[in-house]
Design a protein around this ligand. Structure first.
Ligand code: C2E
Ligand code: CA
Ligand code: CA
Ligand code: CA
Length: 284
């Protein structure tokens, strides 16, 4: 049934129009936000399970938009528009620079003997469309004077599936620099096992959606166990995201999961708070 809006325009069309103007506004706002410095990064701590107690080894940088009126806006509200408009490229450039500046600060404070906290940065497929992506990362590392081994890049399966050959080439060059590469949201996309074999990645991140019911659903437990087994057989590390309970942590520990992130051990936090957590971990 087609209902009609006030002036004879069909309702779905009106909704679509509202959508378009909403998007145009968001696009303009995002541009301004970049110019005005309204983006910020929060850091979610990552913990190694190699020892007896979880050990803080680094963080994942997560983008936030600190809007003057609407407050802190999560990435889900603007990343897709930023990707459609291409704005994710300059935003992504900012994210990499900012994350490297932060990891530099953390490691200036840490003494040489102590652990060296790393930072992981999320990438969008759009950033791989630029032909100079490798050079951009290399030069940004150089300008920031950061050891490439302290940077991890998180790729989604879709990035790798699109344009596999040229992407694999870029990834190999990044890997040769010492940058760590991981596949994000593993299990939610369409990566073939064959591609996994060809990719120069070191780590798989098990998506949060498998973690949620891992201690109550036999299927989710089987999937998580299989991912851990597969990854370890291929010599890859595994990070589990979305760990919220002790039971999930126990499950992962029993299967030799290498590292975890989640609300149980630490939420994404502003840099100052993350630095306090690093300081506290160093004292222990
Ligand atoms: P992601 O890469 O899968 O990041 C994990 C998301 O799960 C984050 O949401 C994080 O805050 C949330 N999370 C972490 N632990 C838990 C937990 O225990 N329980 C629950 N319920 N959630 C948890 P966030 O920060 O809203 O980011 C959403 C997505 O936005 C990210 O998913 C990533 O795909 C994208 N994103 C974030 N920052 C960037 C960025 O700088 N660039 C790009 N291209 N994408 C980004
Ligand atoms: Ca991620
Ligand atoms: Ca995820
Ligand atoms: Ca993701």
């Amino acid at each position: 049934i087609k209902r009609r809006g006030g002036d004879g325009v069909e309702l779905p069309t009106m909704i679509a129009m509202a959508d378009v103007s909403e998007r145009l506004r968001l696009e303009a706002d995002l541009r301004l936000a970049l110019d005005r410095g309204e983006f910020e990064l929060h850091y979610q701590p990552k913990f190694s399970l190699a020892g007896g107690t979880p050990e803080l080894i680094g963080s994942e940088a997560l983008l936030r938009w600190n809007h003057p009126e609407r407050g802190l806006i999560p990435p889900a509200a603007f990343i897709s528009v930023a990707e459609e408009t291409g704005l994710i490229v300059p935003i992504g450039d900012w994210v990499l620079r900012e994350a490297l500046a932060a990891v530099k600060r953390w490691n200036a404070a840490a003494d040489d003997a102590g652990p060296r906290p790393s930072v992981a940065v999320n990438l969008s497929f759009k950033q791989f469309d630029r032909p100079d992506f490798f050079e951009f990362v290399r030069d940004t590392l150089q300008e920031a004077k950061v050891d490439a081994r302290l940077l991890e890049l998180e790729l989604t399966e879709s990035i790798v599936m699109r344009n596999a050959d040229s992407t694999v080439d870029v990834l190999r060059r990044l890997r040769a620099l010492g940058v760590r590469l991981s596949i994000d949201d593993f299990g939610t996309g369409y990566s073939s096992l064959n591609l996994l074999k060809r990719l120069p990645v070191q780590c798989l991140k098990i998506d949060r959606s498998f973690m949620r019911d891992v201690t109550v659903s036999d299927e989710d437990a089987a999937i998580a166990t299989a991912i851990l087994g597969l990854a370890h057989t291929l010599g890859l590390e595994v990070v589990a995201e979305g760990v919220e309970t002790e039971a999930q942590l126990l499950f992962l520990r029993a299967r030799n999961c290498d590292a975890v992130q989640g609300y149980l051990l630490g939420r994404p936090m502003p840099e100052t708070t993350f630095r306090s957590a690093l300081d506290e971990a160093a004292r222990r």
